[in-house]
Design a protein around this ligand. Structure first.
Ligand SMILES: [Zn+2]
Length: 402
C-alpha cells in the first residue's frame, strides 16, 4: 500500500521530470542547470492550459428557465446527516436572488429543502407567496417523528398538510439510505424501500406532487480514498463524504432499492436528481428511464460528468429530451463548494455547456476543478431540446401553466 505522502511525492516527480527537460535545453545553451527534482504537492499544482480554442461567454440563457434544483433554505438543526428541526436557515434573501435571476434569465427557482410544519410555512410566505411565479418550495419528510409507531400515517398526513401550505413536491435527501437509522441517528440503516414509507410515496402520487429524490452519490465516493480515486482531493478535503466501508450499502444496492420504490409506486412521479445519481453511467440511467415511465432526471452538479463524455451526453439528451430537467444545486453563499455556489459565473458555465460547442473549459467557477481534475466540452443543444430542458419539462412536473 502506498501512502498518501508517497503519492503526492510521485506527482512531484512527474512535474519535476517536465522541469528537467526544459532545464536540459538551458544546459545546451550554456546556462547552469539544476539537476534536482522538485517535489510538488498535488494541491499546489494549478496548470494553465496552453490550448487556444474559441471561448464563448453566454451571459443569459437563450430561453427563460426553471432551475429545478436549488437550496435557498436548510434545516436549522441536524445530527449525523439527519435533519431534525422544522426551523429553517434562510441562505439568501429573495431580493438578492432575484437580481441574479433577472440577469441570467431564470424565471423560477425551485427550493428543494423547504422542510415541514412552521419552517415550511415561513419559507413559502417569504419566497413563493411574496414573489409568485419566481419561487417554488418542496417539503421534506419529518424524521424527528421517525420512531413514533404510527409514523407511516403521520408522514402521509404531513404531506397532505404541506400540500395545503403550498409545497409543490417532496424532496428526499440522501439521508434516506445513508444516514437515517432505526433509532433515527443510531442502529441499522433504514432501507430506501422500507415499507413504512409507502403511504408517503402514494400520497405524493395522489396529490400530483413530484418526488425529487437524491439516492447514493458519485461512484468514487464508494471506493477507497487512495491514489486510484479520481476524486481523491475532494474526498481528502471532505472525508465524511466517503461511503466506503463501515456498514454502508454499495452504490448498486442503493439504486436497486430505489428502483423497487419506482416499480411499487407507478402513479408517483420521481425526479431523480444528479442525472439519476449515476452520471458516470448514462447507459444505466437510460435503461432505468426506459423501465420506469414515472422517472425523470435533473442535471444538477453533474455537468462535470456530462461534459467529459460530450458525445454520449448529447445522444442521451436527444433520446430523453422530454425527461431531463435543468438544475444546478445552487446554494446562496456556498463559497466553499464552487460547483454549486449561487452566482452569475455558475449559470454562465451551465449555459456554455448546453448552448455552445466550446472545448475544454472549467465546469465550476474555481481554480482547481472541485469534483475531479478534468475539463468539459459543450454539447450545443438544438433550440427545441433547450426549451424542453430549460423550462417545459419542469413546468409539467410542477403543474405550472404558462
Ligand atoms: Zn441538492
Amino acid at each position: 500500500m502506498i501512502s498518501r505522502r508517497q503519492w503526492l511525492y510521485g506527482v512531484g516527480v512527474m512535474a519535476g521530470a517536465a522541469a528537467q527537460s526544459s532545464s536540459g535545453l538551458a544546459a545546451r545553451s550554456g546556462e547552469s542547470q539544476e539537476t534536482q527534482h522538485h517535489p510538488l504537492d498535488l494541491a499546489d499544482f494549478v496548470p494553465t492550459s496552453m490550448l487556444q480554442v474559441h471561448e464563448s461567454r453566454v451571459e443569459r440563457a437563450r430561453f427563460p428557465l426553471i432551475d429545478f434544483h436549488t437550496h435557498i433554505t436548510a434545516s436549522a438543526k441536524s445530527e449525523k446527516g439527519v435533519a431534525l428541526a422544522s426551523d429553517r436557515r434562510f441562505l439568501g434573501t429573495a431580493e438578492e436572488l432575484l437580481a441574479v435571476m433577472d440577469r441570467k434569465n431564470i424565471r423560477a427557482m425551485v427550493n428543494l429543502t423547504g422542510g415541514y410544519d412552521q419552517g415550511l410555512g415561513d419559507t413559502v410566505a417569504k419566497y413563493d407567496r411574496a414573489f409568485p411565479g419566481r419561487f417554488y418550495t418542496l417539503t421534506e419528510p419529518c424524521y424527528e417523528r421517525w420512531k413514533e409507531p404510527n409514523y407511516p400515517q403521520l408522514q402521509a398526513q404531513a404531506i397532505e398538510q404541506a400540500h395545503r401550505q403550498g409545497a409543490r413536491g417532496l424532496k428526499i435527501l440522501k439521508t434516506l439510505g445513508l444516514y437515517l437509522r432505526e433509532n433515527t441517528t443510531s442502529g441499522q440503516l433504514v432501507k430506501i424501500d422500507d415499507p413504512r414509507l409507502d403511504p408517503m410515496w402514494d400520497v405524493c402520487g395522489q396529490l400530483n406532487m413530484p418526488v425529487a429524490i437524491h439516492v447514493s452519490d458519485p461512484l468514487a465516493f464508494f471506493t477507497p480514498t487512495d491514489r486510484f480515486n479520481e476524486r481523491y482531493e475532494e474526498l481528502n478535503n471532505h472525508p465524511d463524504w466517503s461511503f466506503y466501508g463501515r456498514d454502508f450499502p454499495s452504490n448498486a444496492e442503493l439504486l436497486e432499492a430505489r428502483n423497487r420504490v419506482f416499480a411499487r409506486h407507478p402513479k408517483t412521479q420521481f425526479v431523480v436528481l444528479h442525472v439519476g445519481n449515476f452520471a458516470e453511467n448514462l447507459a444505466n440511467v437510460g435503461e432505468n428511464l426506459d423501465r420506469f415511465p414515472n422517472m425523470t432526471v435533473d442535471i444538477a452538479a453533474r455537468i462535470g460528468e456530462l461534459g467529459r463524455q460530450p458525445r454520449t451526453t448529447r445522444k442521451f439528451f436527444e433520446k430523453y429530451q422530454d425527461r431531463i430537467l435543468f438544475g444546478t444545486d445552487a446554494t446562496p453563499h456556498a463559497d466553499q463548494y464552487p460547483q454549486q455556489v449561487f452566482n452569475d459565473q455558475l449559470y454562465e458555465i451551465y449555459y456554455r455547456f448546453l448552448e455552445t460547442e466550446d472545448e475544454y473549459f472549467d465546469y465550476a467557477p474555481a481554480k482547481i476543478p472541485p469534483q475531479g481534475r478534468w475539463r468539459i466540452y459543450g454539447i450545443n443543444l438544438p433550440e427545441t431540446i433547450l426549451r424542453k430542458v430549460y423550462f417545459e419539462n419542469a413546468a409539467r412536473q410542477l403543474n405550472i401553466v404558462v
